[in-house]
Design a protein around this ligand. Sequence first.
Ligand SMILES: Cc1cn([C@H]2C[C@H](O)[C@@H](COP(=O)(O)OP(=O)(O)O[C@H]3O[C@H](C)C(=O)[C@H](O)[C@H]3O)O2)c(=O)[nH]c1=O
Length: 181
Amino acid sequence: MELRPTPLKDCFIVIPRAFKDPRGTFCETYNQQAFKKVTGLDIHFVQDNQSTSRRGVLRGLHFQKGNMAQAKLVRAIQGRVLDIVVDIRNESETFGQSFSIELTAENRKQLFVPRGFAHGFITLSETSVFGYKCDNFYDASSESGIIYNDATLALDWHLPDEEFIVSEKDLLLPSFKEAIV
Ligand SMILES: Cc1cn([C@H]2C[C@H](O)[C@@H](COP(=O)(O)OP(=O)(O)O[C@H]3O[C@H](C)C(=O)[C@H](O)[C@H]3O)O2)c(=O)[nH]c1=O
């Protein structure tokens, strides 16, 4: 498992080793021992999620507040997505900064998103299957988020606006400034 840093504190990229042979490819997509060895983190993931989307579907930016905040290990199981995270930890040296990365089934890249980050992704391929591990359970009452086109963050989602498919719920998300108070 390879570890690569990102510009955001405590957020990093992991790339599991792939074993290729004439049949195809095998990799351990998650191994707690290997993850702890390369990251030094003793994370106890308790919930796995999976969503399927078509090109242009933009999910996020989401986070759970307070004690129900979730660290996530996210990846593209099928297809190609642009994944974006924002550090919303007031005390962090990278507070308010964002990072984006293309996650694809082919590049096997996974992004570790620590607690205190907002997370979202847009599907760039015709379809995507997106999988992620969470270290805290879903709690609807703790859900919050940031509108995807927040002027302060000015995020680039890599597709033209007219291609975006956003849920009614996400269209009502607050601005960055409203969300972090
Ligand atoms: C997240 C979640 C949702 N649900 C139910 C609630 C809704 O009835 C339905 C769809 O939920 P939602 O529209 O919030 O799904 P996404 O827009 O994909 O949300 C996710 O998208 C971004 C990218 C994230 O990082 C979050 O993990 C998560 O919020 O699944 C559950 O039962 N358990 C869950 O953990």
